[in-house]
Write a protein that binds this ligand. Structure first.
Ligand SMILES: Nc1ncnc2c1ncn2[C@@H]1O[C@H](COP(=O)(O)OP(=O)(O)OP(=O)(O)O)[C@@H](O)[C@H]1O
Ligand SMILES: [Mg+2]
Length: 266
């Protein structure tokens, strides 16, 4: 679904990503982690062509944007959904109108059909029907995330990019959001690229994890691969205190070492 080869991105003389390689496979949920400021959002924006790259090749759904004409680029864009880190709903538009933004941009549909589609997406992400006419300022953080997801799904994309979709949610809200994403993957056949700092998301819904460090993807694979990877940051991240209750422990220390509450609450 996505292949990045030797991608280099920088701002002025500051290189953020240096010859980065990454693959995403159909139907998987890939969790993308890395220290704050490592360049996770920069990579996402580069893949979406919102930021220029200095070199390297990126193919999405088998196609290289650089080789496409405008019409082909548009049809490829329509197959991608995005949830930005800051939610990025338009504050002057209602939820329904926000969801309809991509429809207006890419399709030419009658209003009644767009309304029907928006309501469908609102239900799909588990929002109440009356959220449709609310403005972002009238929503809770969790509802904003769901509304932004509904907008990302507006055009029935095949590949969705989610930048920290559960940050700022309470533990139960975050777990519900994870379940929703897994359900959408299963029912809609989505492929998901999810930037996250949420260890629970990584362990519960992600099929594979990629770690950004030293300006490239340092390691990618399963949780077990992460635990076995010899790098101080990766070890601290996956085996540190916050990871204790989720990562399988040595069997004899596990039970009493493990806090009773959900690890998200810590
Ligand atoms: N438009 C820009 N112009 C200049 N520098 C930028 C720009 N966007 C990002 N950067 C820099 O690139 C680096 C990576 O930023 P990025 O937002 O990708 O981090 P991140 O890994 O997403 O962090 P976080 O986990 O905090 O969201 C940072 O040093 C940031 O200051
Ligand atoms: Mg970021």
């Amino acid at each position: 679904m996505l292949s990045a080869r030797d991608v280099t991105v920088g701002f002025g003389s500051k290189i953020v990503l240096d010859k980065l390689n990454l693959d995403i496979y159909r139907g998987e949920i890939l969790g993308f982690v890395g220290a704050s400021g490592a360049g996770k959002s920069v990579l996402m924006r580069t893949v979406l062509r919102l930021l220029p790259r200095q070199s390297g090749q990126i193919k999405i759904l088998g196609q290289d944007f650089d080789e496409l004409n405008e019409q082909q680029r548009n049809s490829l864009d329509m197959r991608l959904g995005v949830l930005f880190q800051q939610g990025a709903l338009f504050s002057s538009l209602t939820v329904k109108e926000n969801i309809q933004v991509p429809m207006r941009e890419y399709l030419d549909l009658p209003t009644s059909l767009m309304d029907e589609l928006a309501h469908l997406k609102i239900r799909l992400v588990g929002l109440a029907a009356d959220a449709a006419d609310k403005y972002p300022s009238e929503l809770s953080g969790g509802m904003i995330k769901r509304a932004a997801l509904a907008r990302a799904l507006a055009l029935d994309p095949e590949l969705v990019f989610l930048d920290e979709p559960t940050s700022g949610l309470d533990p139960i809200g975050a777990a519900e959001f994870d379940e929703l994403i897994a359900k959408l993957r299963d029912t809609l056949g989505l492929t998901v690229y999810m930037v996250t700092h949420d260890l629970d998301s990584l362990f519960s819904v992600c099929d594979r994890i990629a770690v950004l460090g030293k300006k490239r993807v340092m390691v990618e694979g399963t949780v077990e691969d992460m635990l076995a990877y010899d790098d101080p940051w990766v070890q601290a991240y996956f085996k540190g205190k916050r990871a204790r209750s989720i990562v399988p422990q040595d069997s004899h220390t596990a039970a009493h070492d493990r806090p009773a509450q959900d690890s998200r609450g810590k």
